[in-house]
Design a protein around this ligand. Structure first.
Ligand SMILES: *Cc1c(COP(=O)(O)O)cnc(C)c1O
Length: 396
């Protein structure tokens, strides 16, 4: 296996072991200078000419193609924009239009709430009898039937890290006549994904987690090639129009994936992503996966040996897990605060999940061992049991 460690390419604060790149990736060292250059040379000197001269208008599709290479998608099938919540709305809206006689949008109870909220908001807005059904992830495929218009699942469960078999689930959804939407929030940049092989119709994801675009970085959407000119964009913004600068009051959807654009893209954040994507040029996702599993297995073995009180919340089999490991602990919030104060950054997901992300671009075995030592100290000496660690912050 070729080493995927690129620690020198990231700004990692001294004394910190960062096990939360699954929530917010760290700053790639190349970003500040390049972003500064974009600000002064492009925005500063070119002013509005930057949209053409600096290629800002093409950036969502250009950088979309780079993201596409990590998720097994061909050129011209991925475009950046907006936030993941908005991309969920677009994908579900387009999917249910493809199955006009069906009224169920099926998801699972482990899905990230915003995905379910957005689907429900759409169903309510349409007011045509749509129902968003959430079922146990272990049983989701048994609910595939001819009422289901769209199946919307997040491949890696944000709490437990449980991983769906994308190809198998998609096939079953298609056998039932449903349209398949995959949320790749915890997959893109974390493990090999082959969207073409899966044959799913839509995929969506964010770039500020494993792709390191920074807080608020753009989301992305994939639409299978053969469907691009048939789908109806629900969010019919001007930059998804076939000819936005005709300023025609009649909306006419753009060619191919361009129609999934909405409004003016965030050029600064897309520039951060464009720079961050360069790191992946020499990386094979299968090597990332192997390295990630190695780190996770070491973490679980060491932590369980040293802190028997922690209960593994993630699947035991590494093939059934994404790139994170979660443990259940009743005072998980306080414990995580105490651990963070000692330099190991993970996060907490209600009600009782302590979550640790493994990102082999900048985490190595030494980090894992160092993290386990600190976690074990906090847990075995009940260092978390102090009022200051129990005060909940707005972001956990
Ligand atoms: C992180 C995440 C989101 C976040 O959505 P935003 O609109 O970018 O805030 C949505 N869905 C899933 C599954 C996520 O993991």
């Amino acid at each position: 296996m070729t080493s995927v460690l690129r620690k020198e390419m990231f700004h990692l604060p001294e004394g910190v072991i960062y096990l939360d790149g699954n929530s917010l990736g760290p700053l790639p060292k190349a970003v500040p200078e390049r972003l500064q250059k974009m600000l002064t040379d492009e925005w500063g000197d070119m002013l509005i000419k930057g949209w053409n001269t600096a290629g800002w208008m093409d950036q969502p599709a250009r950088v979309g193609n780079k993201v596409a290479t990590l998720i097994g998608a061909p050129d011209g099938t991925v475009v950046l924009g907006d936030t993941l919540s908005i991309k969920v709305f677009q994908a579900v809206a387009a999917a249910i239009k493809m199955r006009p006689k069906r009224r169920v949008i099926l998801s699972d109870t482990g899905n990230f709430p915003t995905d379910v909220y957005m689907a429900n908001g759409l169903a309510k807005l349409l007011d045509q009898g749509y129902e968003v059904k959430t079922v146990d992830p272990a049983e989701v495929t048994t609910h595939f039937n001819d009422d289901v218009a769209a199946v919307m699942l997040t491949q890696v469960d944000y709490r437990t890290g449980r991983l769906y078999d994308m190809n198998a689930v998609t096939k079953l959804a298609h056998d039932a006549g449903a349209v398949m939407i995959w949320d790749l929030a915890h997959s893109a940049g974390a493990l090999p994904v082959d969207l073409v092989a899966s044959n799913c119709e839509f995929a969506i994801g964010c770039t500020y987690k494993y792709l390191n675009s920074g807080p608020g970085g753009p989301a992305f959407i994939y639409v299978r090639h053969d469907l691009q000119d048939q789908i109806e964009p629900a969010l019919s913004g001007w930059l998804g129009h076939d000819a936005p600068f005709d300023f025609d009051l009649d909306y006419r959807p753009g060619q191919g994936i361009e129609r999934m654009r909405v409004g003016t893209p965030s050029v600064m954040q897309s520039t951060s992503l464009e720079v961050a994507m360069e790191i992946w040029q020499s990386i094979d996702m299968h090597d990332i996966r192997a390295a990630s599993i190695g780190l996770q297995e070491l973490f679980i073995a060491e932590l369980e040996a040293q802190v028997p009180e922690l209960e593994l919340a993630s699947p035991r089999n590494p093939q059934d897990r994404g790139s994170q490991v979660s443990f259940r602990f009743s005072d998980g919030y306080a414990a995580m605060q105490a651990i963070i104060e000692r330099g190991v950054i993970g996060d907490f997901r209600a009600p009782d999940i302590m979550r640790f992300g493994f990102t082999p671009l900048y985490i190595d075995e030494g980090d894992v061992r160092g993290a386990v030592a600190i976690i074990a100290d906090v847990m075995n000496n009940r260092l978390w049991d102090a009022p200051k660690y129990k005060q909940r912050n707005r972001v956990t």
